[in-house]
Design a protein around this ligand. Structure first.
Ligand SMILES: [Zn+2]
Length: 109
């Protein structure tokens, strides 16, 4: 799953055929769900999940990235804070964007 490979076979794969990863099998596209959320609720879930993944390590970040890419094909909403900042920069290319942190420091983006 961390490489983004997918499968829709019924057979149980011991390793990803694309990258050989035996710890994280490919996503099974024959096993999906449909849910209804508001865009705001989806953004809350993805922002929290991305932040949590960053605390869990590289493998979790890769898996979250794959999931976010799949979600991005299904919505135009910015699903992460970094995407939202990128969207603001694209909409206002001549603007200066900076972040004021809780400790009082300011960082230009
Ligand atoms: Zn793989």
């Amino acid at each position: 799953m961390t490489c983004g490979n997918t499968t829709s076979t019924d057979e149980t794969l011991r390793a990803c055929p694309a990258c050989g990863d035996s710890e994280h099998p490919p996503a099974d596209l024959s096993d999906t769900v449909t849910v209804t959320l508001t865009t705001h609720e989806l953004r809350i879930l993805t922002i929290w999940a991305e932040n949590w993944a960053r605390q869990c390590g590289e493998s979790a970040v890769k898996a979250m990235g794959v999931i976010l890419l799949r979600l991005a094909t299904q919505t135009d909403a910015a699903l992460t804070l970094s995407q939202e900042i990128a969207d603001v920069r694209a909409a206002f290319p001549d603007s200066e964007v900076s972040v004021l942190r809780a400790d009082g420091t300011e960082t230009d983006l």
